[in-house]
Ligand binder design. Structure first.
Ligand SMILES: Nc1ncnc2c1ncn2[C@@H]1O[C@H](COP(=O)(O)OP(=O)(O)OP(=O)(O)O)[C@@H](O)[C@H]1O
Length: 228
């Protein structure tokens, strides 16, 4: 079975058509590009939240989407962890319930959901926040909760949309180094949208550059960023 993520998809957008093809190997692939180039749309399509007009998405040899075969697995059946921009935590749910949420959709019994969610909060260093609501969290804490919620389902791929952009510079620095460790431990490929060169330099093993919905450059961070 082929490991990693492969996609070749087309999504029509008002101003252009997103048409991207790439193979994502284990490690962190940064997706960079100007505002409005289709980065978030790509992540949403991989997560199953946007349906491409055409193409295919395969994860570890499993078909998540195939226009030709009429396959479109819903998000909860993809084994994909998605951390959207601004994290999208459920405001009314406590931290622990936010983290347990994805396990429910996957049919994990309640006691086991709680156990796994607490273990993940401990791993993220935020077990003491389990009973708080999202409004009672700092930006850095909310980001850790969002990561915990994405990772608790043991995804086959992790999708991060501008994971550090909402944070102040000091918190961003701290979380970047924390994120580096978490991503190395996650053991799955990571696709990370960012506009921050520092993120690319410290986190990424590979880079894809999108422009107007097309991949205009791809390669190692050093090669790609030197030319950018
Ligand atoms: N649901 C939607 N309906 C209509 N247009 C959309 C929708 N989502 C995105 N677009 C448009 O598609 C284009 C790509 O948007 P997208 O959010 O994917 O870009 P991006 O590269 O993530 O941008 P940014 O860096 O600003 O977050 C933009 O022109 C945007 O206005």
């Amino acid at each position: 079975m082929q490991r990693g993520l492969f996609f070749d998809i087309q999504v029509p957008l008002p101003a252009f058509r997103l048409a991207v093809r790439a193979e994502v190997s284990p490690g962190v692939t940064a997706v960079v590009g100007p505002s409005g180039s289709g980065k978030t749309t790509l992540l949403r399509a991989l997560a199953g939240l946007t349906v491409p007009a055409d193409g295919i998405i395969q994860l570890n040899g499993r078909v998540l989407f195939s226009a030709k075969e009429g396959i479109h697995l819903p998000p909860e059946r993809r084994r994909v962890g998605y951390v959207p921009q601004q994290y999208a935590l459920f405001p009314r749910l406590r931290v622990i319930d936010n983290v347990m949420y994805g396990l429910k959709a996957r049919g994990v019994p309640r006691r086991e959901r709680r156990r796994r969610a607490m273990a993940m909060l401990e791993r993220m260093g935020i077990a003491h926040l389990a009973d708080r609501r999202p409004a009672q969290l700092s930006g850095g804490e909310a980001q850790r909760v969002a990561l915990a919620r994405a990772l608790v389902v043991e995804p086959d791929v992790l999708l991060l949309d501008e994971p550090l952009s909402a944070l102040d510079p000091e918190t961003r620095r701290q979380l970047r180094s924390f994120l580096r460790t978490v991503l190395a431990d996650a053991g799955c490929p990571v696709v990370c949208v960012t506009h921050d060169r520092e993120d690319v330099a410290t986190l990424a093993d590979a880079v894809l550059v999108l422009k107007q919905g097309r991949v205009v450059a791809a390669g190692s961070p050093k090669d790609v960023m030197e030319k950018a």
